[in-house]
Design a protein around this ligand. Structure first.
Ligand code: IMP
Ligand code: MG
Length: 178
């Protein structure tokens, strides 16, 4: 079993790159059908979603546009839920079909904030695509339109996700060894 150490914690492989690729393909297949002819605008939430977005968008075969926003609410292994501003949003969203791309939805607070900040920008439609979803941790009741995989509550790293800055470059997803 592959293991890594990041800072003070040890992690072991939980979801391999092949399995991740299948989940990404599944999301892309649905989007390719649902957004044909709609020229959607993907809003990729940095930093975490950069690898998912890169793999996903290579599998999206319809015409689309891509932009990036940044926000951060996490420090260490526990969400602080202090959601900072959405930065970098310089697209006009009026009448656009927007798909927000996230790495993971945990409690759901970060995404709720993002959606609220986009609401007054008069997009035709805002949908959510996330690679990972922790249903047992989710505390909100909005709909998540595209989910790559549902996972249990433990803290994970890799494939864009970090533990205090480390681990984003790992091609597999690792879970913390308690
Ligand atoms: P939420 O507001 O609780 O849904 O947290 C969402 C954000 O927290 C995500 O965009 C991630 O950046 C981060 N996050 C949530 N769970 C994990 C995890 O297991 N590992 C690394 N980052 C996580
Ligand atoms: Mg994130």
């Amino acid at each position: 079993m592959k293991e890594v150490q990041l800072h003070d914690r040890h992690f072991s492989v939980s979801i391999g790159a092949d399995e991740i690729d299948k989940a990404v393909q599944k999301v892309a297949d649905k989007i390719n059908i649902d957004y044909e002819g709609k020229n959607p605008l993907f809003l990729v939430v940095l930093n975490g979603a950069f690898i998912f977005a890169s793999d996903l968008l290579k599998k999206v075969t319809i015409n689309c546009e891509i932009s990036f926003v940044k926000l951060s609410s996490y420090s260490g292994t526990e969400s602080t839920h202090i959601v900072r501003e959405l930065i970098g949003l310089d697209e006009i969203l009026t009448d656009r079909y927007v798909i927000v791309v996230e790495d993971i939805i945990d409690t759901g607070i970060t995404m709720e904030n993002t959606i609220q900040k986009l609401k007054h920008l008069q997009a035709a439609d805002v949908k959510i695509a996330t690679l990972l979803f922790k249903p047992k941790s989710f505390r909100k009741n909005y709909n998540i339109d595209y989910i790559g995989m549902e996972i249990p509550n433990g803290f994970i790293v890799g494939y864009g996700l970090d533990y205090d800055g480390l681990g984003r470059n790992l091609p597999d997803i690792y879970k913390v060894i308690e």
